[in-house]
Design a protein around this ligand. Structure first.
Ligand code: 26W
Length: 822
């Protein structure tokens, strides 16, 4: 008896069916008699796309007409995942589509599963960008995403003999969600030289010319909001040789290979996503990608602004640009270049426009992730930009010198140029200097950047330039889409689906907490999600996990700071304990399934070793007859957004156990709790705010605090730490060869000893084990567990991406939503 939101856009399932059949027969030129799931997917996607396009065009026209300030989200990564299910749900056509496609002989789930993930991102930062697009559209903000159209997204991960193997992800063979815009093309120049010239009035001007030109072609992707006609745009750039650059001379003279090489060189720019998460490699091609994307996007934004014939001083009233980490920092330099070199605006005036336009979000404090570009490389690739960076730095250092007259050290510390061999550019500093607001992504993280890596800049600019916007997730994809049963149950209690737009409404679940029937339904849904995952695990790995076991899940990029190694060491400890028990003792044990997933950067050996160990432990434990159902260890191959949608709703407990102070926020922690799972975690990132919201009785916290990390590391360096005996026993077991050739794990074990245990596994290990025992204890009390889960979900309103977007809009962008068109 609950209300559904707005009616769908198809006039019933018959119309939907006609459209699907029409597309299968005419667009695909296939017959319904040999229509397989793939063709049914294509037909369904195209039928829905026709509807999306109408709202999309209207939205774009309306945004142009209203002529309000727009926000542009510049991100080198958009981890969108699949589009069909999300689009059906956001436009409320899924029920019609399910019925319609069923009558044509297909299951909607099978059709949905045909779609290839759009995996144009690595992890947290890319998925955050995707959640923000959903929030922007749902809240009717005029907001665009700008990114790169990689031909290959993040690699597909295969596990062969326990090792990660990378396979290219060619995802564009059929992509109905993108619209090529051959008319939206921008020439982007690299290399060349800078010279002084005089214009017709005899004034000196600076000209950058003689470089190599590559063309950027726009591909647009519609982003439908939930329960609104607003459909925003994600514009992705693809590279190709500029007209005339593809060498016809060579081609004509028979040098086909030479001409093809030129073409390939241009196309290489948008060919592949760099698979590094939290580590900067400083490669020339990566810098080319950054400038290519930034130059094309700014050209597009400036062109749109110029059509309104406003004075340049109004640019920041019309345009807000958010930099998703430092990857687009060259946008600051590019806008300054356009204003001074092309539009001939005086430096100071131009700089005022630039700084009023940009905001910069920092997503990491790990030193190896902070981007630094070599000065000689920049000189070679973008000579004019380097000059402008020098000038930005000069004016900035002059200002600092006036503020701190005798502090030479300060100048060295805050200079954009680091005096190393070769000199490098500190992109984070450039991003701070060129923006009006800098934000971190969770409270602890925002405090830490102010106290550590950006401390001097707080002294220079004052604390108000630095803000916190705690990350959020879209409840549409991460509850409604991933966990439809739970979403429906919540809606049945709250009287509709409004909570998906106003997540704080979840509070209203609280009165139902003592309702026996509600609790039973709640836990039944959790069980059915666990059965769904168990089936997937059996089908893909052959391992059978008991759905009644406690599902303990850690899925995220593999990184030492995230400490999957601590988790698997804990699993080994558990295994050793089980082996030592009598069969009577074993009967009292809470059965567990330890489930892992995540990719390692291809060059990150330690991360790959951790994957190897997880798989090796699984091989031993899963076939041990003494253990049976009491412990299963599973590594799910190729963790991505669509797998996350399957895995997250099935968790009882998930692990977010980074060394305190290293995980900027984390966002999967929010997804797990929103789906009725509990957390075991450290006092890090958003875990702290999650605890504050849900109450510390509903979370299992462990380990040292961020404030103690420095001191602990110091003690390791001076050999003052005795390894925890249980961890010692785990290492011994590995070294004994229980999990195969121990030399494979040498590096992993020595990182704890001679490597000074930088991520403090040994310091947190005993706390981790004790806390896991508390988890078992709590899980035995089924009723108490259900209470914790339901209470937690009721408190998760704060972590909606919508709250987050509204904070950015108020505090950083100064943009208002538009009234959506009918
Ligand atoms: C240059 C190589 C590189 C690539 C990606 C460096 C850094 C990155 C990202 C900034 C890493 C990243 O994804 N950071 C994550 O951002 C999420 C969204 O804010 C946070 O929730 C995660 O804690 C943070 O690790």
């Amino acid at each position: 008896a609950w209300r559904k939101l707005a009616a769908c856009e198809f006039q019933g399932k018959e119309q939907f069916q006609r459209e699907v059949v029409r597309h299968v027969e005419t667009t695909l030129a296939r017959s319904m008699y040999n229509c397989d799931d793939a063709a049914a997917y294509a037909g369904t996607a195209l039928a829905l796309r026709d509807k999306l396009v109408i709202g999309w065009n209207k939205t774009q026209q309306n945004q142009t007409l209203q002529d309000q300030k727009r926000v542009y989200y510049l991100s080198l990564e958009f981890l969108m995942g699949r589009a069909l299910d999300n689009a059906m749900l956001n436009t409320q056509v899924k029920d019609v589509a399910r019925d319609g496609i069923a009558e044509l002989g297909f299951r909607i789930e099978d059709v949905i599963n045909q779609e290839h993930d759009a995996a144009l991102g690595n992890g947290g930062l890319g998925r955050l960008a995707a959640c923000f697009l959903d929030g922007l559209a749902t809240l009717n903000y005029p907001g665009w995403g700008y990114g790169l159209r990689y031909r290959y997204g993040i690699f597909k991960q295969e596990i062969v003999d326990g090792y990660q193997v990378e396979v290219p992800d060619y995802w564009l063979d059929f992509n109905p969600w993108e619209f090529p815009r051959p008319d939206v093309a921008v020439d982007v120049m690299f290399y060349g030289y800078v010279k002084k010239d005089t214009d017709s009035d005899g004034k000196t001007i600076i000209v950058w010319e003689g470089g190599e030109i590559v063309q950027a072609i726009a591909y647009d992707v519609p982003v439908p909001g939930f329960d609104t006609s607003t459909t925003n745009n994600l514009r992705l750039w693809s590279s190709k040789p500029a007209s005339g650059e593809f060498d016809f001379q060579k081609f004509n003279s028979g040098d086909y290979e030479g001409s093809i090489r030129d073409q390939q060189r241009a196309e290489t720019i948008s060919a592949v996503l760099y698979p590094n998460d939290n580590i900067s490699a400083g490669k020339e091609l990566r810098l080319k990608q950054q400038y290519f994307w930034v130059a094309a996007s700014l050209h597009d934004i400036v062109r749109r602004f110029k059509k309104t014939h406003r004075p340049w001083s109004q640019f920041p009233d019309q345009v807000a640009i958010q930099l998703n980490d430092t990857h687009p920092t060259l946008a600051i330099v590019e806008l300054q270049r356009i204003l001074i070199d092309v539009e001939h605006i005086p430096w100071d005036q131009a700089w005022e426009i630039v700084t009023a336009t940009f905001g910069y979000t920092n997503h990491t404090v790990l030193p190896e992730a902070l981007e630094k570009w070599s000065v000689p490389l920049m000189q070679h690739l973008l000579p004019r930009h380097l000059q402008i960076i020098y000038d930005i730095n000069l004016f900035f250092l002059q200002k600092v010198e006036r503020m701190f007259p005798k502090d030479r050290e300060m100048l060295t510390r805050v200079s954009i140029i680091e005096e190393s061999q070769p000199q490098v550019l500190r992109m984070a500093y450039l991003a701070i200097i060129g923006s009006h607001k800098v934000n971190g992504v969770a409270e602890l993280h925002s405090d830490l950047i102010k106290a550590t890596i950006f401390k001097d800049f707080v002294a220079i600019y004052g604390p108000d330039k630095f803000a916190n916007v705690t990350n959020g997730i879209t409840p549409r994809r991460w509850l409604h889409q991933a966990n439809p049963k739970l979403s429906d149950l919540i809606a049945s209690k709250l009287g509709g689906y409004e909570f998906l737009k106003e997540l704080s409404q979840l509070e209203r679940l609280r009165p139902f907490i003592d309702d026996k029937e509600f609790r039973r339904e709640w836990m039944e849904i959790k069980l059915s999600n666990k059965i769904r995952l168990a089936k997937y695990i059996r089908d893909t790995t052959g391992i059978s996990v008991n759905p009644h076991a406690l599902f303990d899940i850690q899925v995220k990029r593999i990184h030492e700071y995230k400490r999957q190694q601590m988790n698997i060491f804990g699993v080994i400890d558990r295994y050793l304990n089980l082996k030592a028990m009598t069969s009577e003792e074993r009967k009292k044990v809470v059965p567990r399934a330890s489930i892992f997933g995540g990719k390692a950067a291809p060059g990150y050996w330690m991360a790959k070793t951790i994957i190897r160990l997880i798989n090796a432990v699984g091989e031993v434990v899963n076939k041990d007859k003494d253990i049976g159902d009491l412990l299963k260890v599973v590594f799910i191959e190729d963790y991505n957004v669509s797998k996350a949608e399957l895995i997250i709703p099935a968790s009882d407990i998930s692990e977010h156990i980074s060394t305190a102070g290293t995980e900027a926020s984390g966002t999967s922690n929010m997804k797990f709790v929103l789906n009725g799972g509990l957390i075991i975690g450290t006092c890090d990132g958003a875990n702290i705010e999650i605890t504050r919201e849900i109450g510390d009785e509903n979370i299992f916290l462990l380990g040292n605090l961020a404030e103690d990390v420095e001191d602990l590391r110091h003690r390791h360096r001076y050999g003052q730490v005795e390894m925890d005996p249980k961890l010692r026993a785990v290492c011994d077991e590995i070294e004994k060869g229980t999990f195969g050739d121990p030399s494979v794990y040498e590096g992993l074990i020595s990182s704890l000893t001679t490597g000074c245990d930088y991520y403090l596994v040994s310091d947190d290990f005993s706390s981790y084990l004790t806390t896991q025992d508390l988890v078992d204890e709590a899980y035995r009390d089924k009723d108490g567990w259900a209470t914790k889960c339901i209470n937690s979900v009721a408190s998760m309103g704060f972590f909606s991406a919508d709250r987050c977007i509204n904070e950015y809009a108020d505090m950083i962008w100064n943009v208002e939503p538009l009234v959506p068109v009918k």
